[in-house]
Write a protein that binds this ligand. Structure first.
Ligand code: 5BU
Length: 468
């Protein structure tokens, strides 16, 4: 949907209390942190008119002869649509009529005419299906339903089973994402929204296959040679631990790589925080990567136009393309940036790209839609993109490698918004492959012992997953 629509809608609905956050008991007796009731819109003519316009944008491409709102909230909305666009309306009686004609659908219509259904909020689609059943029983044809907010709880799929198409102006995720950027939302509500968004992402991810494939099996699906190499290396070395070697001296970096290297599948650098960088440093680091069998991942997070990232990758002081096995980039600038990086690869060196699909920092701006688009983008460059920096597994396709930062066994976060989970949560619950650990190891009293601990925890979780 149009982003300005979701912002306007989210803001207005929140303002009038049509969307509320807290603890609510639903009709079913279940507790819910969100309550959506669009009835107050009938007292806000401007908003009602705008909502009808948004629905019309979706409805106009459907073929129909009549419109019918699902009782009750959609009735005034449908009336508004009908008046604005000269659409003959029908009305479904919710209560059975025990006298007169006993007809369920009121209004003038003929058998075989097509009726479009309008609804305010779709959850499982149950109310739409009930309305559709009465309309069809009265001799009309139903092909489409248009809804303002799709709560993404199976409505679309349930309608599809009956061969109806659900068109949604926006999803609940759109609304929640829009509310996250709204200044009117209270701090408490923002917390609840963050949690809800995290759950939504989990729901949109394909469920774990009954038995997860092993790294060796998945290597066969990779087009990128570094992805294949990494899968093989992990299985051989029995490590899915990446060290985030966030130190500022070259000497310290090399000492760490030598000491912790035997525990790692990947050593991640932020080369631009090194204060005494010189070309020799990366040569020595490469030698250690060969000695201890780990790959070097430069966490550069490219994010610019294709022409600029080419130079940032291959030129400057660091000549990253010459020594990094893996790099990463934000998907934000789109396909031409990936094209640019791909073209700037060194002819002497194989390399792979990871796209940042989700972040561990609290209140980050990466929406579910952004994450999904990032996955779609990766598919366009499957010979170069090897996977994602993410918080959760994102696709059922076995070739992608999921690396998860924000892992710590003892802390929940830092004062700058870093949010931590444990290795078990990262690998088993969130179904990622490689844990990226920085301060959990670097700040430990005995970094080597800590690295061994994370390595065991990560590997045991992986083994448990593939044997499930
Ligand atoms: P920590 O010390 O374990 O918190 O370090 C985490 C590292 O991972 C650090 O180098 C970050 O730049 C990096 N990181 C992250 O923490 N969260 C993210 O979402 C991304 C990268 Br993307």
């Amino acid at each position: 949907m149009n982003g300005s629509h979701s912002h306007y809608l989210a803001e207005e609905l929140y303002k009038i209390g049509a969307i509320q956050f807290g603890q609510f008991t639903l009709k079913s007796g279940q507790m819910s942190p969100i309550y959506i009731n669009l009835r107050p819109i009938i007292s806000c003519p401007n908003l009602l008119r705008s909502i009808a316009d948004m629905l019309w944008e979706k409805a106009r491409s459907c073929q129909f002869d009549r419109v019918c709102g699902v009782p009750y909230t959609a009735l005034p909305i449908t009336t508004c649509l009908s008046l604005h666009h000269d659409l003959p309306m029908l009305m479904r009686r919710k209560e059975k009529k025990s006298y007169g004609t006993k007809q369920k659908i009121e209004g003038i219509f003929h058998e075989g005419q097509r009726c479009l259904i309008i609804e305010d909020v779709a959850t499982t689609g149950g109310s739409i299906l009930e309305t559709a059943a009465d309309i069809v029983e009265s001799g009309l044809i139903v092909n489409d339903a248009v809804v303002l907010i799709d709560r993404e709880q199976g409505g679309g799929a349930n309608l599809k089973e009956k061969k109806y198409t659900l068109h949604a102006v926006c999803t609940l995720t759109d609304i929640l994402n829009a509310l996250m950027t709204s200044a009117t939302v209270t701090k408490e509500d923002r917390k609840i929204i963050t949690q809800l968004l995290e759950q939504t992402i989990t729901h949109s991810i394909p469920p774990l296959s009954p038995q997860s494939k092993s790294f060796t099996e998945r290597a066969a699906f990779c087009s990128n040679p570094i992805a294949k190499k990494l899968f093989a290396l992990m299985e051989h070395k029995k490590s899915n631990l990446a060290l985030s070697a966030d130190v500022t001296s070259g000497k310290e970096l090399l000492a760490l790589a030598d000491k912790i290297g035997p525990e790692l599948c990947v050593l991640k650098t932020h080369i631009d925080i090194i204060e005494d960088f010189n070309a020799r440093l990366v040569q020595d680091l490469q030698a250690l990567s060969e000695k201890h069998h780990f790959l070097i991942f430069e966490d550069r997070k490219f994010s610019d136009i294709g022409h600029t990232v080419q130079q940032q990758y291959a030129k400057g002081v660091y000549h990253i393309a010459e020594w990094a096995d893996m790099i990463n980039a934000h998907a934000l600038p789109g396909p031409h940036m990936i094209q640019g990086l791909s073209e700037a690869r060194s002819s002497n060196k194989q390399s792979g790209l990871l796209l940042v699909a989700q972040m561990s920092s609290q209140d980050n701006l990466l929406s579910t839609e952004y994450t999904e688009k990032t996955v779609a983008l990766a598919k366009q460059f499957s010979d170069f993109v090897m996977g994602f920096i993410t918080q959760k597994k994102l696709s059922a396709e076995p070739q992608w490698i999921y690396m998860i930062p924000g892992v710590h066994v003892a802390q929940e976060g830092d004062h700058l918004g870093q949010h931590y989970i444990t290795p078990e949560q990262a690998i088993l619950e969130n179904d990622c492959d490689i844990i990226i650990v920085g301060r959990g190891i670097l700040k430990a009293q005995d970094p080597l012992a800590a690295a061994k601990h994370y390595r065991n925890a990560g590997w045991e979780a992986y083994q448990k997953k593939v044997s499930l």
